[in-house]
Write a protein that binds this ligand. Structure first.
Ligand code: FAD
Length: 435
């Protein structure tokens, strides 16, 4: 069972140890609450750097941080690693794979998952990028396919092992395309001297008329220019309709032979069953008021990617980015404290600090609220902002050393194919005991 001690403190149950849930738990530490933090993983994941794990640039452990380490010696925090399956708003309980937990306040911070828009073929065959393990799986499949390609003498048959299709021209798609193009240019010729790297085509498919459509026109144009310099084939105003594991089909009738399709074309909120109908909005998100309280409930809040706070200026809610998650968590921590002390709560107001994307070494685009800049300076800003946001001093140092090493050596040293092996249950071969 979940086994959390009862206390006379009010209990806040937080579902999700991502940017939102973790910030909230940290900000509530000093308040007189019992905090129960629940996540299906025992670690926090820094999603903006997943693609660097996939491209062999960083170790998974550099961008993941154990939740328990963050709350060592905090006697009012209880962590449980389990999946929340259902919320019972009337009974003020959540139901998990370990049992139920009662709450005084519930905060849903479950983030979002990949949206395949109901296409079962694409879900089955494409590679998403929403967890460290998915990033590792991409790393494995890239390296395995290059090993395989080397053994295929026929050009046509080899092609599907070499070409890579990235679907979605947002920040994730653009950053993956840039990193793959760099790998093709600087690393593969050294690792695979027998391979003609010019045979590798990297496609970036975007349904809109420009890349990075939530950023400025200047940043869109510059990112496109950077990627074209690298030889990335960009297709705009076109959608991927289907993918059977070896051919990508597009709505303009074109096809691409490829085994690796990276799906960065959309996300949907991780809504948990049990919430009132009026709280359910498009894209799996949860409708909240300006205090982040879930519509139609009392004492249930949602923050971060899963929450949709609709305003006149933002009819579909805030952008699903880390800054919104962090700022909503901070505001909710203050409001919960005020609520406990019978003080008035303050509505959430988002302060847009800007957005950025990197397209390989010395190349990035940064949009600040008042101006835009690109190139080397933007790239250094991108590096330091991401380094600063990482959790854990060790992670910061390791990532920094890795980046410096990669920058000067034009190399990434983590090109290992590591897959978990199933435990074998056959009896041991008696011959193997002989020595
Ligand atoms: C590849 C990629 C790159 C990105 N790059 C950027 C960037 O450069 N800048 C930026 O601002 N944003 C970026 N984002 C978006 C950013 O990561 C999200 O906006 C942010 O993580 C949202 O925080 P969150 O706390 O709402 O959710 P998350 O960080 O996703 O955390 C949700 C947590 O809930 C847990 N969980 C989910 N369901 C359950 C359940 N039923 N039971 C128990 N636990 C559950 C999950 O395990 C997870 O730990 C990127 C996202 C991706 C995927």
């Amino acid at each position: 069972m979940v086994n959390i001690p009862e206390s006379d403190k009010k209990r806040i149950v937080i579902i999700g140890g991502g940017f939102a849930g973790l910030t909230l738990a940290q900000k509530c530490l000093k308040n007189d609450f019992q905090i129960v933090l629940i996540d299906k993983n025992n670690y926090h994941q820094f999603q903006p750097l997943f693609y660097q794990v996939a491209m062999c640039g960083l170790e998974p452990s550099s961008i993941a941080f154990p939740l328990r380490k963050m709350f060592q010696k905090k006697s009012n925090v209880f962590i449980r690693v389990t999946e929340v399956e259902r919320i019972d708003v009337k009974a003020k309980q959540i139901h998990t794979t370990l049992g139920f937990v009662n709450y005084d306040f519930l905060v849903i911070a479950t983030g979002a998952d990949t949206n395949f828009y109901g296409n079962e073929n694409i879900r089955k065959h494409a590679i998403p990028m929403k967890s460290v393990s998915e990033a590792l799986s991409l790393r494995n499949s890239i390296l395995e396919d290059y090993e395989k390609a080397l053994t295929i003498p026929d050009f046509q048959a080899r092609q599907e092992f070499l070409d890579i299709v990235i679907v979605g021209g947002g920040a994730t798609g653009v950053e993956i395309a840039g990193a793959l193009a760099e790998m093709k240019k600087y690393i593969l010729p050294k690792d695979y001297p027998e391979m003609n790297v010019e045979e590798i085509d990297i496609y970036l498919i975007q349904s809109a008329s420009r890349l990075l459509k939530t950023m400025s026109e200047k940043s869109s144009a510059k990112s496109e220019e950077f990627l074209q310099d690298f030889g990335v084939i960009i297709k705009k105003d076109v959608r991927v309709n289907d993918f059977d594991g070896s051919t990508v089909y597009m709505n303009n009738g074109e096809t691409i032979p490829a085994r690796k399709v990276i799906w960065a074309a959309g996300i949907k909120g991780n809504r948990i069953p049990g919430l009132p109908e009026e709280a359910k909005v498009k894209g799996g998100r949860i409708k909240v008021d300006n205090l982040n309280k879930v519509i139609g409930t009392n004492e249930v809040y949602a923050i971060g990617d899963v929450a949709s706070m609709q305003t006149e200026a933002l009819p579909y809610g805030h952008p699903q980015v880390a800054q919104v998650a962090i700022q909503q968590a901070k505001q909710l921590a203050t409001n919960l404290k005020h609520l406990a002390n019978n003080k008035p709560q303050k509505p959430f107001a988002y302060k847009d600090l800007g957005s950025m994307a990197t397209i390989g070494r010395n190349r990035a685009v940064v949009d600040l609220p008042r101006f835009t800049f690109t190139g080397f300076f933007a790239w250094t800003v991108w590096l330091f902002v991401h380094l600063f946001q990482l959790i854990g001093v060790k992670n910061k140092i390791f990532v920094f050393i890795n980046w410096i090493w990669n920058y000067f050596t034009y190399d990434q040293s983590l090109r290992l194919i590591l897959t978990a092996e199933e435990k074998k249950n056959e009896p041991e071969n008696p011959l193997s005991k002989e020595d």
